[in-house]
Structures are given as C-alpha cells and as structure tokens.
Design a protein around this ligand. Sequence first.
Ligand code: LLP
Length: 402
Amino acid sequence: MDYTQVAREYGTPLYVYNLDYMAQQYAALKGAFEGKKSLIAFAMKANSNLSVVACFAALGAGADCVSFGEVKRALIAGVPKYKIIFSGVGKRDDEILGALTEDILFINVESEAELMRVEAAARELGRAARVSVRVNPAIDARTHPYISTGLKENKFGVSVEVAKRLYIYAKNSPFLEPIAIHFHIGSQIVELEPIEQAARKAAELAKSLIALEIDLKFFDVGGGIGVTYKDEKTIDLAAYANTVFGALQGLDMTIICEPGRFLTANGGVFLTRVIYEKYSEGRRFVVVDGAMNDLIRPALYGAYHRVEAIGAAGDETLCDVVGPVCESGDFFAKNIVLPPIERGDLLVVHTAGAYGFAMSSNFNTRRRAAEVAVDKNGYRLIRERETYEDIFASEMRLLSAR
Ligand code: LLP
C-alpha cells in the first residue's frame, strides 16, 4: 500500500483500513469453528465505521453492540436484526425499548435490576424479550487491568449463583425468554487457559440450566482474542476452537464469538505527518499532527504501537513521538529509535484498526480524522474529515446573541 499517495489525497491525520485483511481474519476464525454451528458477531466498539461493519455484514457476520447507537449502526450497515446482540452494564430504558422494538437476537443482561427493566419493557410492548445472562466466571484473563473483565471485583456480569437464579426467574416470566449464556473475561488475551476455565464454568452452568428445561440455544464466548502489537505470541485459532468444542461436549448449542480487536487491529494504520522536530534538555521530540484525541491507547494504557517513518534513512537515534495536545500523556511512542526526519515526513502508527478512531474525541477542538478503506479494487474515503462547522453545529444554534 502506498501510504504517501492516500495521505496526499486525503490529508493527515488519517486512518487507513485494509478490508481484505479484515475479511481474511473473519474467514480464519469462522473456518476454525467449521463443523459446528457458529456466529461471529463483530464487536463494533473496536471499529464502528459503517463501511467496516458493512464489510463484515456482507461476509455473514453479526454484531455485538454496547449501546443503542451501535445497534442502529449495525442495522444501517446491513447486519440482519437476528444477528445483533446488545450487551453492557448500564442500558437505559429507552435503549432496552429500542432493542426490543428492533427485535434483535437477544439482550445480554448484566444484573438482576436490569433483568427487571427488560421484563418491564417487554411487558409494555406485550411480547417476550429474548435474553442472555452475562456470567462473571471469576477468572483472571492475565491482561491489562483496564481491559480485564472477568474478575470477581469487576463491574461486569453476575456470579454463577446469581445467574442461575436469574435464569429460573426468566423461565417463569411470560415476558422473558432466556436463550443464551454469555461470558467475556477480558481483551487482548494471549493465553488459552483462562478462556478454557471460563468456558468450562459457563458450560457447566448451561448444562444445569438445560436440566431445568431452560432451552438455551447460544453459547457466547465473548471476544478478547489478542493480537500482535510488538512481539506477543497469540492464541492459535484451531486450539481456541477446540477448547470451546471441548467445553461444549454434550451440548447442542450455537457458538457465538464476539471478536473486535482480532478482526480489525492489524488491518488498520494511523498516518500522521511530522510538524517539527525539537530538542529539549538533550531529548529528541518528533512532533506530529496526530494526537491522543485520535489514538488514545498509548496515553490510556501505556500501549505499544510500532511507529515507522516512511522514506526516512540514516543513523537512528532515540526519540519520543508526540502530538500537539496540552498533556504529557499525548504521545504515540517513547524511547524509540527513528532515522533523521524532516518536516512533512509521514509516520505510520501500526495496529491501529481497533480502538483507534472509535475512541477518538474532539479534545482541544481538534477535528476527528478521516478514514480510508483499501481492498483489492483500490482505495476510497469511508469517513470525511470532520469540519469545524460539524464540531460547532450543536452549539452554534444555542449561542445567544451578545
Ligand atoms: N464482547 C464484550 C462483552 C466486550 O466487552 C468486548 C470488549 C468485546 C466483546 C471485544 O473484545 P476484543 O475482541 O476486541 O478484545 N479499549 C480497549 C479495549 C476495551 C475492550 C472492551 N470490551 C483497548 O484499546 O485495548
């Protein structure tokens, strides 16, 4: 891919996604589950650009949503309603009603209080709500604490004991139809063992519920499959699928898997141009036009993203790559080596296809980046760069005359 060409055409900062790569990742995972009924529900929070979601929808994927906004995006992008799941610890009443009205596959309930709200909304609509309960298996996914979700002390899901009670309640309610069981223990997981433990616990629970004539049809193993940012060894897909098959032995359930990062992270790069280079107290800073508002992972998690300087050559020296935002946390890389760089040079920040643009903001009144998709037919713009007018619009109307 000629990044200089797209950067020239659409400007920087810019996200570029390789849709063919994303499709390959989808096919590899779907293929690993071959022989069993499965649904790959793309975790849209990782990259919710309509064209990216539409690409997965065309391949047959479903969508894992965490807000009604994402449900709407999924529908617009062409994901059939019967492949859409709605999760999240704090769904508002209007979101629950919206999801039920759209008749999506199921709502993933994360607390007893929420189950009551879903039941009330279904009663209002005069129909039964298909639900799943998110079980917190109390297992350490051994990943970054901010993206670990399966520990006892995490806010996500309910314990096995509570889950059992909720399923029995749901079975006895005319307005609830429990059809799935769900767990998700964290993100960027690079070891199989925690997933295996969680799957076994969830399968055990599923078996005991089925014995109570609760007709569970879907076994949702969440997302979390890790990717390589630097040199991480990742989970083998065949071993992953076998682990799930093993846990499911004796159960005739459709497997749902909700990957976000695995499908998109290494299919995306972030392009940014060098504005200046400066030396301060003997330290070399490469100041670029992208910032933490575009890609917050380094600031938020201390995450590593490989940074490459296009076309630069010469003796490499130590530097920090930083953005223009007024925060010391505004950096893409620290203590990396880069060759001599000139103003206007292009830097590629790798593995930016997941939780990149999706977590971007207007902090410092910076316009959010444009997004470009590349596939075998060429490249095209899939999100225009925001304008200042876009940013001000919702305030301008309310600006009282002085
Ligand atoms: N399903 C559920 C219920 C989730 O909470 C998540 C992610 C996923 C699926 C998708 O996980 P994945 O396959 O992408 O690992 N912003 C963080 C990641 C937060 C993940 C939150 N939940 C980051 O940039 O690393």
